[in-house]
Design a protein around this ligand. Structure first.
Ligand code: SFD
Ligand code: AMP
Length: 623
């Protein structure tokens, strides 16, 4: 067997991940742990300064409720999220994040994040809930605070968390993983574990192919670890069907929010028509949510997709028109020139802050946004509980807000004792974004510390079981070593499959059977059942994944994680007997929304018999 030293780390609270939610968790856990004399340990597969979705930076903070000034209430935010998710949301979770998010934003500012202010010193809003920032170094600033709070000795970077550790009583008591640089296998033993390893990208075939492969809107390093970890620990999952399909600038995935909200741009089809107007009647079909303001994200997508399917593309963001209008609104012609320069630089900064490749694509294609429009398109599906999708673990709400059915002792604890989730890892609490994920990480960590204090006995996992896990996790290295002589081309070998080929196969199945880009996000019962059959074969072949080194070993496990996210998704679309989010996916055989499906579609994997249980849970309102 591959010669990896086993390193055992015993701690009280283990934070898996180093992104926005994990950094929030670190700051909060460190504070409460100090009071209770506990140890907190954080593990990230990458380096925290630039890991996760905010690696490149961001140009906005998308959740700021501004409760103190009286501009909005927590209830306003809940209403916004409920409508945007077509009625399917955990109001207790959304409210809990919303009431804490402003303080998180104020911490960001204190730590050095530049938030735009106007002449009166007030924050500049992009839209009702969004603040503009100079966010190129957003993640560096947030990670610095987390690192200072925990101390370098308690942080393990470039260690890939692979599996949860679950004791005989079914409690989560730690995690195992491996270093992506050294021959080290890690066993982390803990009283409480926070899963915050982001969402999942590259489960579906991406639009980018060939030399563009790897370019996606959400980061490719978010590869389904949170979903896998919580599913394998035995946690109930929710909203696994609610993937997110963002509309983005075509080919380089530049965000559209600033254009729609700050610059008040329109999007039109190839014939110059505004689908939000010409297709307005379609919204009636999806009421009451079709008639709310703002129109839910999936329905905005849907109206655009109807134009595309009718052959009316390309779809353009009318940047030239929007800029011209902003300039024309300035009465003094001299001031107009200055305004033009100002808007131009804001437009470029929007991309340079968070999607640099879009700025590069503009430069490479001689695009002057003030002169010509740019194409936008619907991206491939992503799994992300923090934006406008909702997939993640089913977690307990806070004691003071949660209805009885949604509360089991500790806020943000999954249905597995000792296992907490936040950010993309927790479900049915969308629209938290970077700031809300950080706030939710804080909530989950405070709760995890309390759990560790109140449950002081360390659970344990049999040493033999850990040895077995080690052998399974390192097996791809052994397989490559033993079989590489079996062919002259290392990519083609009867004894193994390389992770990249495996990923292509997964993506093809999801694209063609589960409603990806190539099938216009449309599927049906028969396609989904066929997809499940093919996923079964894929799972059999996952036994033959091989790895030439540490990096490829990570690739193997990333793709196994993705495969589990894929299966939870297919099973849940199949379970939900309606179409509720056209624009995210369309069940051609169930083309309408049904009142009796205004429920959560949950699922749970049972390791003992390898079977999935599908569960309907009622929606309980708080407001
Ligand atoms: O507008 C393992 N997001 C935006 N949020 C905003 O507030 N404003 C914006 O302007 C936003 N835009 C945006 C956004 C994201 C991206 C990619 C772009 C633009 C281009 C969304 C937020 O970024 C997002 O909601 C949060 O970051 C979610 O936080 P979290 O903590 O759930 O995920 P993460 O930050 O990606 O961190 C994940 C961490 O897990 C690590 N990890 N560690 C150990 N073992 C494993 N197996 C692991 N697998 C993953 C990662 O390294 C990382 O540290 S706009 O376009 O929407
Ligand atoms: P995006 O760049 O698409 O991620 O959007 C950033 C923020 O703006 C998110 O909070 C979106 O929900 C919101 N948003 C984007 N486009 C629109 C729109 N056309 N109408 C209302 N809100 C939008």
């Amino acid at each position: 067997m591959a010669n990896f030293e086993t390193v055992e780390v015993t701690t009280d609270v283990l934070i898996c991940g180093g992104g926005m939610a994990a950094c929030g968790a670190a700051v909060e856990a460190a504070y409460w742990a100090k009071k209770n004399n506990l140890k907190v340990t954080l593990v990230d597969k990458a380096a925290m300064d630039r890991s996760g979705a905010v690696a490149m930076g961001l140009s906005a903070i998308n959740q700021y409720v501004d409760v103190n000034s009286g501009a909005n209430t927590v209830e306003d935010y809940v209403e916004y999220v409920r409508n945007d998710l077509m009625g399917i949301t955990r109001e207790d979770l959304v409210a809990n994040i919303a009431r804490h998010v402003d303080s998180t934003v104020h911490l960001f500012e204190k730590w050095g994040l530049p938030i735009w202010t106007d002449a009166d010193g007030k924050y500049v809003h992009e839209g009702r809930w969004q603040l503009m920032i100079n966010g190129e170094s957003y993640k560096v600033v947030v990670a610095e605070a987390a690192k200072n709070a925990l101390g370098a000795d308690n942080i393990y970077e470039r260690v890939f968390i692979t599996e949860p550790l679950v004791d005989d009583a079914g409690n989560c008591v730690g995690a195992v993983g491996f270093s992506v640089r050294e021959n080290k296998f890690y066993v982390f033993k803990a009283k409480a574990v926070v899963a915050a390893m982001g969402g999942a990208v590259h489960v579906f075939k991406p639009r980018s192919s060939g030399e563009g492969l790897g370019r996606s809107w959400y980061p490719p390093f978010n590869s389904g670890a949170s979903a896998y970890f919580t599913i394998k620990a035995g946690a109930e999952m929710t909203c696994q069907e609610v993937r997110f399909i963002p509309v983005r600038f075509k080919d380089a995935y530049g965000p559209v929010g600033a254009w729609f909200l700050l610059f008040k741009s329109r999007a039109t089809n190839g014939l110059g028509e505004n689908y939000m107007e010409t297709r307005r009647d379609e919204l009636e079909k999806w009421k009451p949510y079709g008639l709310v303001k703002p129109v839910p994200a999936n329905l905005r997508n849907w109206l655009m997709m109807l134009d595309v399917m009718e052959g009316k593309g390309p779809i353009y963001m009318r940047t030239e028109e929007a800029i011209q209008k902003i300039v024309d609104d300035v009465p003094d012609p001299k001031a107009q020139k200055k305004k033009l320069k100002e808007v131009e630089s804001e437009a470029w900064e929007d991309f340079l802050d968070m999607t640099i490749s879009q700025a590069i694509l503009w430069a490479a294609t001689n695009t002057f946004p003030e002169e010509a429009p740019s194409e936008i398109a619907a991206c491939e599906p992503y799994f992300i509980g923090s934006h406008s999708g909702a997939s993640g673990a089913w977690v307990s709400g806070p004691e003071d807000l949660a209805p009885e059915e949604y509360f089991w002792g500790y806020a943000n604890m999954t249905t597995v004792k000792g296992l907490f989730a936040a950010g993309d890892a927790s479900g049915a609490s969308s629209h938290k974004f970077s700031s809300g994920s950080h706030a939710e990480g804080r909530i989950a960590a405070k709760s995890a510390v309390r759990y560790a204090v109140e449950n002081p006995n360390m659970g344990s996992v049999d040493g033999g079981k850990i040895d077995e896990l080690k052998a399974t996790i390192l097996k791809p290295l052994d397989l490559f070593e033993q079989s590489q002589g079996g062919s002259t081309d290392p990519d083609v070998n009867p004894n193994y499959i390389r992770p990249k080929q495996f990923m292509f196969r997964l993506q093809k199945i999801m694209d063609e059977y589960a409603g990806g880009v190539s099938t216009n996000f449309t599927t049906n019962e028969q396609l989904l059942n066929k997809g499940l059959e093919l996923l079964d074969f894929l799972r059999e072949d996952s036994e033959s994944l091989c790895a030439e080194g540490h990096h490829e070993l990570m690739r193997c496990w990333e793709n196994i994680h993705r495969m589990w996210q894929a299966e939870a998704h297919v099973r849940t679309i199949l379970f939900r007997d309606e179409t509720r989010w056209p624009g995210y996916y369309f069940r051609a055989d169930r083309p309408a929304m049904k009142d009796d499906w205004k429920v959560f579609a949950n699922c749970k994997y049972n390791a003992a018999d390898g079977k999935w249980e599908m569960i309907k849970r009622d929606i309980k309102t708080v407001y």
